[in-house]
Design a protein around this ligand. Structure first.
Ligand code: GDP
Length: 429
């Protein structure tokens, strides 16, 4: 059975650790959307690995990793990540494949990203300014460049013509822009030499893997509430972070996605702008940020922190058809007297239990909380559910009840073995 692991909140839920932990059960790990704006931090034997584009499965020898067509790839970012893995002693040779249909992030995308964010002024989205959004815009606008296009970079070939047209159009938009199409083409030619051995028809590769009975894990980036269609638009990412994205972003049938595991922190965080009903701006927010080290893995930006939002996670259960949850960072809540869980919103005088589709309405929502007792004994590193303090067990049980699905995993620290496997059957049948 295949497994899709994705974020059930606003991203940064700890998907990297969960994917890394589960990888030994799979032959292939495939990433289906986003770009190098994602940042998965994984600790193995005290060594820190930050992966942006390459699936966290790469840390396991012999496991094949795929970057699917739904991902937008900045070749320089990919090479930097490969170099870093090599430096840390990870052998990637013959184990990483990139879809020929994945779109490329080009230098003008980065410039446009910065420009668009500056133009939005007060209404800025809080993007990472890495060109991800504009690369997706070009993809949908049918003027994007795909990795497979790099194979023919001849002077008057289709790639050269597309790049020239795009550069002229961008230079008109970007003040003082002096990007030269020919410089960019030369750069792409150099990149192709290194990229070519990695490029493959990854949809076909996956199809053959399924036929050979190999198990595949699908890795989502960002989180459900940042999904381009279902998140709090426009404060979203530019791709489908939900489970449906795995099918389109890899060229596989929806039935191949298999079990869907939603990763949710035991509290809530969000980077960038947009509504966050349970946000804590005072001392408690600072405490969660410091204890949970809530700073972006890609940008170092402080994350906004708040209590657990069960309405948001329930929405993620519905949108993704979640089979189970992985609840992470329980240990961050150690030592608190009491914990609040948001079970509904009060919106224009009415109590609602479903996520409002309209972002202005969502922004007007206030959390309706229930209070649970906290615990004093540390949970960090606990590996057996029954060894958790009773209050922590009760807290997890309440998160299960409010979401309607069970927790298969409870994570109690950043290391691989700081993990409670609560129900393995839910994960891998
Ligand atoms: P991702 O993008 O969803 O993988 O999340 P990030 O890597 O951005 O952020 C998760 C951070 O939390 C990483 O630094 C992890 O090492 C860390 N982490 C994951 N699980 C736990 C946990 O259970 N407890 C603690 N304290 N840290 C965790």
């Amino acid at each position: 059975m295949n497994l899709c692991v994705l974020g059930a909140q606003w991203g940064d839920e700890g998907k990297g650790k969960i994917v890394d932990l589960l990888t030994p059960n799979f032959s292939v790990v495939a990433r289906y959307q986003g770009g190098h704006n994602a940042g998965h931090t994984v600790y193995v034997n005290g060594k820190k690995f930050v992966l942006h584009l390459i699936p966290s499965g790469i840390l396991h020898p012999g496991v094949i990793c795929i970057i699917g067509n739904g991902v937008v790839v900045d070749p320089h970012a990919l090479f930097a990540e490969l170099d870093e893995l090599q430096r840390l002693g990870i052998d990637v040779g013959g184990r990483l494949f990139v879809s020929d249909k994945a779109h490329i992030i080009l230098p003008y995308h980065r410039e446009l990203d910065i420009l668009a964010e500056a133009r939005r002024g007060e209404r800025k989205i809080g993007t990472t300014s890495r060109g991800i959004g504009p690369a997706y815009e070009d993809k949908i606008g049918r003027r994007g460049v795909r990795i497979g296009d790099m194979a023919d970079a001849s002077d008057n070939g289709p790639l050269a013509n597309a790049i020239r047209e795009n550069v002229v159009a961008r230079n008109r938009l970007v003040g003082n822009a002096d990007l030269k199409a020919d410089d960019l083409l030369n750069d792409l030619r150099k990149q192709w030499t290194r990229l070519q051995p990695l490029v493959a028809d990854t949809s076909l590769y996956l199809h053959k893997a399924f036929q050979a009975g190999k198990r595949v894990m699908f890795e989502g980036a960002q989180g459900t509430l940042l999904d381009i269609d279902h998140g709090s638009y426009p404060f979203v990412t530019s791709s489908n972070a939900t489970a449906g994205g795995a099918a389109t972003g890899l060229g596989i049938g929806p039935k191949s996605v298999g079990t869907v595991l939603g990763v949710a922190k035991a509290y809530t965080t969000r980077v960038g702008e947009g509504p966050l009903p349970t946000e804590l701006t005072g001392a408690m927010g600072d405490r969660l940020r410091e204890t949970g080290q809530e700073y972006g893995a890609s940008t170092g930006r402080p994350r906004r922190c708040g209590w657990y939002d069960a309405v948001a996670v329930r929405y993620a259960v519905r949108l993704n058809g979640l089979d189970a949850l992985a609840i992470t960072k329980l240990d961050v809540l150690d030592g608190l007297d009491e914990l609040l869980v948001c079970t509904a919103y009060r919106c224009h005088g009415q109590v609602v239990t479903e996520m409002p589709g309209d972002t202005a309405q969502f922004a007007a929502c206030e959390p309706v909380y229930e209070t649970l007792p906290g615990w004093k004994q540390p949970t960090r590193g606990v590996t057996d559910f029954s060894k958790l303090p009773m209050e922590a067990q009760r807290y997890v049980a309440r998160l299960e009840e409010t979401s309607g699905v069970k927790a298969a995993i409870v994570s109690t620290g950043s290391e691989r073995d700081h993990t409670i496997i609560k129900d393995k059957k839910l994960l891998i049948g």
